[in-house]
Ligand binder design. Structure first.
Ligand code: HEC
Length: 175
């Protein structure tokens, strides 16, 4: 009972700090708040993965041999963010060889169903979960790539993605 009340007070202080720390300071609250916000984005990303990716790539992120490629060990997922963002936006099709296994499937794009912030959160989550990458993906980066892709809706192929992002800068001419 007492513990519950104290817990409640703590939460209250936390919420108050969240609103106030930028004005009056709140002890070590900025660090607490930053960590809490980060943890929240991480959990949000986990829910988004369950909702949008898991039925194909599977809970453990190892995919299904010959059908869905692994994400947990994907070089593209853990490399520069442009390729994974572009894939989530527009999808990917055609042959790819991953860890000696050939995949020739179709991943539909999620540009219409996921917001920039959601794509950033899901990628931040899985890059941290399997790649230990602490640096989150920024929603503004997703917005920039979405913008560059304009009204294009056709799925990527591996060759086209490599041409577009190999030097890590999207070329509009490769549409
Ligand atoms: C309907 C099934 C399906 C869903 C849903 C799906 N994917 Fe995929 N994904 C695939 C398939 C199939 C491929 C490989 C396509 C090919 O063979 O060219 C792929 C490829 C990828 C790749 C490239 C992997 C590599 O190593 O090249 C990434 C990254 C990726 N998906 C991320 C995601 C994320 C993140 C989500 C959720 C936001 C997601 N996918 C949702 C089926 C899916």
């Amino acid at each position: 009972m007492l513990a519950k009340a104290i817990g409640g007070l703590g939460r209250l202080r936390f919420v108050a700090c969240l609103g106030l720390f930028s004005l009056v300071g709140c002890g070590d609250a900025p660090k607490d708040v930053a960590e809490a916000v980060e943890a929240d984005v991480f959990r949000h990303g986990e829910r988004l993965f369950q909702r949008y990716c898991q039925h194909c790539h599977q809970t453990h992120g190892r995919g299904m041999p010959g059908t869905f490629p692994p994400l947990a060990t994907s070089e593209w997922l853990h490399g520069p963010v442009e390729k994974p963002i572009a894939i989530v936006l527009l999808g990917l099709q055609g042959p790819i060889n991953r860890e000696g296994v050939l995949f020739n499937g179709v991943m539909p794009g999620l540009a219409e169903r996921m917001s920039d912030a959601e794509i950033a959160a899901v990628l931040s989550h899985i890059r941290k979960r399997w790649g230990g990458i602490e640096d989150p993906v920024d929603a503004q980066t997703v917005a920039r790539i979405r913008n560059l892709l304009g009204d294009r809706r056709s799925l990527w192929t591996e060759a086209e993605l490599l041409r577009a992002y190999n030097d890590n800068s999207f070329k509009a001419s490769s549409r």
